[in-house]
Each structure stands twice: as structure tokens, then as C-alpha cells.
Design a protein around this ligand. Sequence first.
Ligand SMILES: NC(=O)c1ccc[n+]([C@@H]2O[C@H](COP(=O)([O-])OP(=O)(O)OC[C@H]3O[C@@H](n4cnc5c(N)ncnc54)[C@H](OP(=O)(O)O)[C@@H]3O)[C@@H](O)[C@H]2O)c1
Length: 329
Amino acid sequence: MKANVITAHGPAAEVFALQQVGDLVPTPNDLILKVLTTSVNPLDCRIRSKASVPRNFPLTLGFDVCGMVVEKGRDVTGFEIGDRVIGSPTPFRNGANAEYVAIDYRSCARAGRLADEAGAAIPLVGITAYEALFDRLRARRGDWVVIHAGAGGVGHLAIQLAKNAGCKVITTASRRESLEYCTHELGADHVLNYRETDIAAAIMDITDGQGAGLIMDNAGTECFARCLDYAAHSGHICTILPVAVDEQQGYRLLLKNITLSYQFMGGVGSTGDQVNRQGQVLQKLVEMAERGQLRPHVSKIYDWHDLAHAHEEMERGHVTGKLVVRITN
Ligand SMILES: NC(=O)c1ccc[n+]([C@@H]2O[C@H](COP(=O)([O-])OP(=O)(O)OC[C@H]3O[C@@H](n4cnc5c(N)ncnc54)[C@H](OP(=O)(O)O)[C@@H]3O)[C@@H](O)[C@H]2O)c1
């Protein structure tokens, strides 16, 4: 089969190559999918650009998929050849920038009435948003939740999930397009320009001096450091990035009894329960999308021969919603 692999770590313009790679053989829990669409996530760019963990080359990225089942492992139940499914292939194997991908059936959901493009826009960011909001932060009706980077892949689904659960949302963005998108399309209660506004002062004001009880950090180190200024006593910060906490920050967390949690959707390991749960979460997200309660926003569709440009756009850091990639013959 053909795959648009990376041949080494390095700049997007230098390392992609369309190559013939070995055919996939399903493990007992695998579905082999003919890939229709995939998407680009910041994770793809991170893995491509440098070696955080040792990887073998050629390596196929692409950690979302909407595809058709063409083969299944011996333990697969609930999916048949020809089903159209969506999922997030684990970043620890080869991904979906290829004609075919292998994926654990327990982490997949039927695509239902979703278009192929919407199907590839949901899995990785949707599961991340859901797990951060409801498994880590335990957001409930009436809670104030700060969701940073609201117009991004994770943020735009997190805002919709939080609003749908009855939460009140404060979000951040900077471009006029994303500020308007968060306000008018996503219905965030307060949209703050992180380049022009004193975020801490604004949030203290909005929360009548109490600070934010629940904070989802989707932007990393600097954003996280500022969270400590406006997190409420006994609040909870969930970060989806590998931020480090220094001693002073540790004190500030301690003195306010703040819970800090990390959320990595790829960190489920291989135990059945966690993988199953992601499949269930994803099925729920598909059903919400079918009912119009979740609207994945696809801002651009790239052909898979043009992955380098898709990565370059992602690396500029100002995508609205998702960049989807169509796999063509
Ligand atoms: N732990 C996990 O499982 C997991 C899963 C998915 C993603 N992530 C990580 O989470 C981050 C977000 O992912 P994503 O897919 O949502 O990325 P994305 O789609 O590339 O996010 C783009 C958005 O981020 C906003 N933004 C950029 N810098 C910001 C800042 N300093 N403060 C607030 N907003 C900012 C931009 O808004 P403006 O253009 O208006 O500035 C843009 O709309 C990435 O670093 C990614 O690696 C982790």
C-alpha cells in the first residue's frame, strides 16, 4: 500500500515522501480501515519535528481517521466489513496518512450520518475535550469553566460540550476571526483576547472576585503560569500539555488547595476498559453531532500529497477548528 511517510525528524518541507510500505496484518483487536479522511493535529508536527521518544522510519503520522472496514482481527465484535467508522489511531503505531490503517476496534465508533470530513475532525480532539471536561474537571451544569484556545481543534469542541452540559464558559483567542467564531458560533459567555486583555483581572471580575473553579489549559507553559493568578481556592486546573511546575508555582497551587491534572488522550495504554470507554465516548460524540449538538468545524481540506503545507499551517498556531486531509488514489 502507499503511505505519505516521514523519512526522518525534520522540517515539514523536507521529510515527507510518498512510498510503498508493507501491507497491514490485523492483530486480534484490529480493524483494517481503507482511509477516506484523516486530519492534522499539533501532535503530528511534534512527532515529525523532533525525537521525544525513539521512532523507527519510515513513520506514518495521522492520528484521526474516517474509513471503511476492509479486514478485521479474530477478536473483533460489533463491526463488519464495509462499515464506515471513525477513530483515533494510537500515536505509538503507524497512523492514517496512508491508504490503510490498523486501529483497535474498541476505540472506534460508527460514523453514522457524519460526512467523511466531519468524521476525521472529531476523534482526537473530541475525546481529549470530553475526557478533560468530564473525567478530569468533572464539569457540571452551572459551573464556570475557562477553556483556553477556544477556536482551536480541542477548544472549539470543548466549548460546545461544556455549553451543552449547562456550564458557563470563558474562553481565549486573539484573531478577529477566532474571537467572532467563539462568540457567535460557539456561544461562549465571555471571549477574552489573550494578546490585549489582562486575563487574570478580567476573570476575577467576571467571577465576582472568586476566581475560576475549573480551568482547561489548551495552550501550555505561559498560559498555565497565568492560570495560577485567577484559579479559585479549591479549584481544578487540567492541562493537556506537558507543563512543568516549579517550586514557586507548587507553593501557589498548595496554598490554594488546587487540584492539577494532566490529560493525554493517547495515554490509555492497552487495557480493555480504557480503550472501550474511548469508543463509547466517541459514539456519544457522533450521536451529538448527528443531533446538531456538536458541530466540528473544518476550516480547510488538504490532499494527502500536500501534507507538508498542512503541517506548516498547523505550526503557525492559528487554525480555526480542524485541518482535514483527504486520502485519494
Ligand atoms: N493531551 C492531549 O491528549 C492533547 C490532545 C490534543 C491536543 N493537545 C495539545 O493541545 C494544544 C491545542 O491543540 P489544538 O488541536 O486545539 O491546537 P490548534 O487547533 O492548533 O489551536 C489553534 C488555536 O490556538 C489558539 N491559540 C494559540 N496560542 C494561544 C494562546 N497563547 N492562548 C490562547 N489561545 C491560543 C489560536 O487562536 P488565535 O489564532 O485566535 O490566536 C488558534 O485558534 C496543542 O499544543 C496540542 O499539542 C493535547
